[in-house]
Design a protein. Sequence first.
Length: 534
Amino acid sequence: MDAASAPKSAEDESGRETWLKPILLAVALILVASYALTVTEVGGQLWQEANGLLHSDSAMLVIGIGGAAVAVAGLAYLFLRNVPARPSRRAAEARLSAENIAGRKAVLETLVREIEANAKATRQLAIHVIDIDRFRIVNEVRGEGEADDFLRLLSERLLLLVNQPERLARIGDDEFLIIQPEVGGARHAEIFARRIQETIRDVCAQVPRHARPGASIGVAVAPDHGNDAAKLMHSASLALRAAKGAGGDTFRVYTRDMELAVETRLQMETAISDGLHQSWFDLHFQPQYDLRTRRLLGFEALVRMAHPDLGEVLPTVFVPVADESGLIQPLGEWIIREAFSTAAEWPSHLTLAINISLAQFRHGDIAATIIHALAKAGLAGSRLRIEVSEAVLLAQSDSINEQLRRLRSRGVTIILDDFGLHNSRLKLLSRAALDAVKLDRSLIERVGREPEAEDLVRSLIGTAQSFDLEILAEGIESAEQALFLMSNDCQKVQGFLFGRPSQKRDLAAIISKDMRNALGAEPPKAPRSASAAA
Ligand code: C2E
Ligand code: MG
Ligand code: MG
């Protein structure tokens, strides 16, 4: 369907027809009535002039007007009969089909047919694969009944948009496919994707804000992105993955790079699973200090992979792949075991911070794994600090919240990592099972250069204080940044200025240096230099 010529919606059309119908009916009735009147008024005279009927001017007038009136009334009747019948049938169809909208198999058959037809006519065709973001939240927060209603309403609205029931299908729990025939290229498909997005946003707006889903859309155009149904579906799912990877609630049209990204991803998956068996993973520990006391507080464990061909691979590259592939489960368990056994060797006042991703909380019971590992390593819960991303708190999952509560009840500190990176929501801080926030590196690196960033840091610190949360900062690289933080009530810090992530074997030296400082063997240097804290 041509995006530009597609009907806005059936409501629009049926709206036009509901006001048209009475007007046409009235015109038809007036015409028929006036003809009948004319006939009866002049009827006597007409028959009196029976003889010269065909030569009488008034008779000719009557017959002329009458004929025209009957013709117009007839046409009006035909119009009335045909025009309104179409939309009401379509609306009924929409209601009906939303219940048993086409499935994957049926739509693929249509797709195969349409690709062939388009190829013969050297026309292009697009498919749009739609995935509802955060649908699980609707299910969990609003319950299954409301989630079903949401999907039904969405199906109805999408049906009205595509106009042809066979061109829409539900191909997964919260996944839809739309076929858009006769497109004039990717640009044209994008316009339609935007309309799908608007329609979905409209439906989503009816769900309360805290459980509101969005939609990611992957678009592929035949024949450029695939000249058969399987290839086209593959391209659209790569585009969908790219849309999801961009944070969701958006659409992407397939590009060749997406293919390469998948290859790289698959290689990374293989590297992670090989690395687990061949001990390529290693934990580094970055020290954290108190700026006022100048004492070492503890370390954050940061995982690395030493790949035989790729060299050192950073977690920003492989953790997201591990999260998506499920490999974060075994990797996360290894990190917990390794970090806990390392921390068990430190003096008991030092803390250990570990990062736990959303995927780790989602799949299974990471709290139970952690509590079990604490006992096994002989580590007190109060020495453990868990850094979580905003996504963990935003997930609004009962299971996740319960795991966080269970960890806190053992004395574990829960820290919101990367605070200030996104527009951290206040509600999140007030409701969440949270003890501390860690100001993000991207903000700290602007301190000393951008007054607005400094204002933002001050206001974030104020916000955290108003919720009675502990405040930390990471990514401190200059003395100026350290002094700014200290004078703004943020005294717990971590950054290259104080120490880079270090290997296990170097930790003893860092710890003994701190001990010597504490005993006064190495008195702290002049207070002007914040690096003295290290
Ligand atoms: P994060 O938890 O926010 O970790 C801080 C990152 O900033 C680390 O990068 C650290 O090396 C880097 N960093 C610290 N101070 C400075 C500084 O002064 N300057 C600069 N330029 N960088 C600094 P890394 O190790 O690459 O880790 C990146 C992210 O990967 C981490 O961000 C965390 O989200 C994730 N990650 C690391 N280790 C693990 C892990 O064991 N499990 C999980 N689930 N995620 C991890
Ligand atoms: Mg962290
Ligand atoms: Mg961080």
